[in-house]
Design a protein around this ligand. Structure first.
Ligand code: CMC
Length: 438
């Protein structure tokens, strides 16, 4: 779609004698207007300063829209609530990648294409065996996804739309296989090959939990829950990992390398690692006295001098209830009910924490609500996914969003290598003294 015509202009004036600058303003279809400051440096010799990108739109995009104050999330214009209840994950992948929900024929073709790519190169398992058995799954995933560039050299050219599409299908199809391989390797069980008669998510669950010694029966309630986790995590506009993928791919590197960079970024506890951190926090509270001691824990969270945060709460963009968290909360109760876990101490503790935080003025006044990762961690734990694998499951789901964003950037005629500037506050030029005089 590209940039619209400027809808207005602003004038920036300076006290230091620099002539005023007229700045075009663009209006998106919804959301805040943006000021086009691209000519600022060439016209005034000045940069803008915005660490953390609190007020910076790094691109124009047609993929995902978030209104953090309303608690609204749209993929290609469709509300997440409708997508999560009326579509499956592969339909959402089609939507994000190609811009529209598939009709029946398009869906059948897309499912067939993805399904044809679920196996990974047999040599991948020997690469996997190079890792320590106790390696963190995200370390393994970063390695495996990056290594795809060594296995699929025929779909590496970022400037060729067909190769980009093939690598997109490969990544979507193979991420479940790689994630399950990373898990099976750490528990020392044989790798389970994909079965293409199962759904995308059913197949993932089988690769995770089946063993060759017995039949594995897929539980539909759990498959639906996991499929919903995938849909809710599929894209989230210009977050840290997506911006990482865009920046990485802006150098012209191959799609597998760019997605591996996204996986690495997602690992951090302030981003995708929050679901793992939330569960570890619950274990810690349980170890130190459980529900009875929640008050003490909350006091530490509120103490300005402690660095303890309530993991799974708060969001940079949502200053209202995260709409994904609402849907995940529903799924959470469905899964706990299906598995008879409502009275499990860990889950009771999670529900008690949620209640306190929703009522406590510290959280209410700062608009800190539970985010999607609080509930998705609980659901994944209940399903039997080990805590260190949570972020890998998030990466699996987010892969389609990363690719859609990367494709959008490359196809944009205004695309340039990303190259932020800085405010330098270090020493001015000085001379190197001989080592004996330093
Ligand atoms: N627990 C306690 N206090 C918090 C929390 C929290 N989880 N989050 C924010 N605050 C407080 C913070 O101390 C500050 O208080 P004050 O104004 O008194 O100094 C105020 O709320 C604003 O916080 P901030 O750090 O300026 O907010 P931010 O927008 O920079 O941070 C965040 C967003 C997600 C990094 C943060 O809320 C956080 O660390 N949450 C816990 C980690 C987490 O769950 N991350 C997952 C995010 S959702 C998944 C995703 O989209 O990747």
């Amino acid at each position: 779609m590209g940039l619209p015509q400027p809808s207005d202009k602003a004038t920036l004036s300076f006290d230091d004698g620099t002539p005023p600058l007229e700045i075009p303003i663009y209006r998106g279809t919804v959301g805040p207007d943006v000021l086009d400051i691209r000519a600022l440096y060439s016209k005034t010799g000045k940069f803008t300063y915005d660490p953390g990108f609190l007020s910076t739109a790094s691109c124009n995009s047609t993929i995902t829209y978030i209104d953090g104050d309303k608690g609204e999330l749209l993929y290609r214009g469709y509300p997440i609530e409708q997508l999560a209840t009326r579509c499956d994950f592969l339909e959402v992948c089609h939507l994000l990648l190609f811009g529209e929900l598939p009709d029946e024929k398009q869906k059948a073709d897309f499912v067939k294409r993805v399904t044809n790519h679920t196996m990974v190169h047999e040599q991948m398992q020997f690469f996997l065996r190079g890792f320590r058995r106790d390696a963190h799954p995200m370390a393994v995933m970063t390695g495996l996804v990056g290594a795809m560039s060594a296995f699929y050299p025929d779909s590496m050219n970022l400037n060729d739309p067909w190769q980009r599409e093939v690598s997109a299908i490969r990544l979507i199809a193979k991420l479940p296989t790689l994630t399950a391989m990373a898990y099976k390797y750490t528990v020392g069980q044989p790798l389970i090959y994909p079965r293409n008669d199962l759904s995308y998510t059913g197949n993932f669950m089988r690769m995770m939990f089946a063993v060759p010694a017995e039949e594995y029966k897929v539980n539909d309630v759990l498959v639906r829950a996991l499929d919903r986790i995938f849909i809710l995590h599929a894209d989230h506009e210009q977050n840290a990992s997506t911006s990482t993928v865009r920046l990485c791919a802006s150098s012209g590197t191959n799609p597998f390398a760019a997605i591996a960079a996204g996986v690495a970024c997602l690992w951090g506890p302030a981003h995708g690692g929050a679901n793992e951190a939330a569960l570890n926090m619950l274990y810690d509270i349980q170890k130190n006295g459980g529900v009875e001691r929640i008050g003490e824990f909350i006091a530490k969270v509120k103490d300005k001098n402690s660095s303890v945060r309530l993991m799974g709460f708060g969001h940079r963009v949502y200053k209202n209830y995260d709409p994904r968290a609402k849907l995940m909360r529903e799924t959470c109760h469905e899964v706990l009910g299906e598995l008879g876990l409502q009275d499990d101490p860990l889950f009771k503790l999670a529900m008690a924490l949620e209640k306190i935080a929703l009522e406590d003025d510290y959280f209410v006044s700062r608009k800190l609500y539970p985010n999607v990762d609080f509930y998705s961690g609980i659901v994944q734990k209940a399903i039997g996914i080990p805590v260190p694998l949570f972020t890998a499951v998030f990466a699996l789901a987010r892969t389609v969003g990363w690719i859609a964003q990367l494709n959008e950037m490359i196809a944009d005629p205004e695309y340039k290598i990303g190259r932020p500037r800085q405010l330098y506050v270090g020493s001015t030029q000085r001379d190197v003294k001989p080592i004996g005089q330093r």
